[in-house]
Design a protein around this ligand. Structure first.
Ligand SMILES: [Cu+2]
Length: 314
C-alpha cells in the first residue's frame, strides 16, 4: 500500500486551484462596476457557455470512443470498409455552423449596443451632465486632462458615479491601450489620432486602470487608479486639485511628459486650454480637425507652444 507522500498532500489543495487561477488580472472582468463592463462580462460568460457546448461533448466523446473501440473489446461494431455517413457530415458541419452563427450575432450586437464612439443611451447615462476627460498615454504614465474643469492629473482618474464619461484618447509616445477592466472596453491610444470611449461607473470604488498593450520597459508600472465617488465628493476633490500649486502648460509639459517609470500621482490646478489638441496636432504637421466644422485646420497657437517647446524628444 502507498504511503501519503508529498504528491498526495498536494492533491488536497486541488480544489483551491480555480480560485488561485482567478486571482490574476482577469477577475476584474467578472466584477463589473458599470453598464459597459456588465455587458462585456455577460457576453464573455455566455460565449464561454456556448463554446463549452461543443468542447465538453467532444472531450467526453474522445474518451468514450477510445474506450469503446479499444482493441480488446470484441463486442463493439467493426467496420473496416466504412467511408461515408451523411448523418455524421450533417452533425460535424451543422453544430459548428450554428455556434459560429450564434457567436457572430452576439458579437455584432454587443459591439454596437455600446459603441465606444457613441454617447451612452439616455436610459443608461441618466440626466447628469457628462464629464469630458482627455487621456494622454505617455512613457510610462497616464495624463488625464479635465478640459471643462481646467485641471489635470497624472496616474489618477477621479470620476463621479452615475455620470457619463466621454473620453478622448491619444498618445504622446508609442501606441498602447487604455483599459479600466471593471468599467469595460479597451481602446487604443495612438499618437496623432484621437480615439473615443464612453463609460459610466454605477457604483463608487477604487478601480485598476492600465495600459493593456506592451509599450517598453516601464510598461508593467503603467497603471493608474480610477476612483469613482458621488458627485458631491467629486466636487470637493476638484476643489482640492485646484488648490494645488502646480500648472500644466507648454513649458512644464515637456518635464512631465518625459519618460518615467512608476510615476507618482500628480495634480495640476491649472491646465493650458487646447493642450490636448496640440499634442495630437504635433504628429500631423500642426493640423487638426475642427470639432464644430469637421474641417482640417492649422493649430497655430497651440502647436507653436506644444511642438516647438515640448514636442520633440530628441
Ligand atoms: Cu490579462
Amino acid at each position: 500500500m502507498m504511503k501519503a507522500g508529498p504528491m498526495k498532500k498536494l492533491w488536497r489543495y486541488l480544489p483551491a486551484l480555480p480560485a488561485l487561477m482567478l486571482s490574476g488580472c482577469t477577475v476584474d472582468l467578472l466584477q463589473p462596476a458599470g453598464p459597459v463592463g456588465e455587458l462585456n462580462r455577460n457576453v464573455l460568460v455566455i460565449e464561454f457557455a456556448v463554446m463549452m457546448c461543443i468542447v465538453v461533448p467532444v472531450c467526453i466523446a474522445t474518451v468514450y470512443f477510445a474506450w469503446k473501440y479499444r482493441a480488446s473489446n470484441t463486442k463493439a461494431e467493426y467496420l473496416p470498409d466504412w467511408s461515408h455517413s451523411t448523418k455524421i457530415e450533417y452533425f460535424i458541419w451543422g453544430i459548428p455552423t450554428v455556434i459560429v452563427a450564434i457567436l457572430s450575432v452576439m458579437n455584432w450586437w454587443s459591439t454596437h449596443v455600446y459603441d465606444p464612439y457613441r454617447p451612452l443611451p439616455a436610459e443608461v447615462a441618466g440626466t447628469n451632465k457628462p464629464l469630458n476627460v482627455q487621456v494622454v498615454a505617455l512613457d510610462w504614465k497616464w495624463l488625464f486632462i479635465y478640459p471643462d474643469l481646467g485641471i489635470a492629473t497624472i496616474n489618477q482618474l477621479d470620476i463621479p458615479t452615475k455620470t457619463a464619461l466621454n473620453f478622448q484618447i491619444t498618445s504622446d509616445s508609442v501606441m498602447t491601450a487604455f483599459f479600466i477592466p471593471r468599467l469595460g472596453s479597451m481602446i487604443y491610444a495612438m499618437p496623432g489620432m484621437q480615439t473615443q470611449l464612453h463609460l459610466l461607473a454605477s457604483q463608487s470604488g477604487d478601480f485598476l486602470g492600465e495600459a493593456s498593450q506592451y509599450s517598453g520597459g516601464g510598461f508593467s508600472d503603467m497603471k493608474f487608479r480610477a476612483i469613482a465617488m458621488p458627485q458631491a465628493q467629486f466636487n470637493e476633490w476638484v476643489e482640492k486639485v485646484k488648490s494645488e500649486n502646480s500648472s500644466l502648460d507648454a513649458t512644464t509639459y515637456s518635464k512631465y511628459a518625459a519618460p518615467q517609470i512608476a510615476a507618482p500621482v500628480h495634480y495640476f490646478a491649472h491646465v493650458q486650454p487646447e493642450l490636448f489638441d496640440g499634442i495630437v496636432a504635433k504628429y500631423n504637421n500642426g493640423m487638426m480637425v475642427d470639432k464644430t466644422t469637421g474641417k482640417v485646420m492649422h493649430m497655430q497657437s497651440v502647436s507653436d507652444a506644444a511642438s516647438s517647446d515640448t514636442g520633440m524628444k530628441e
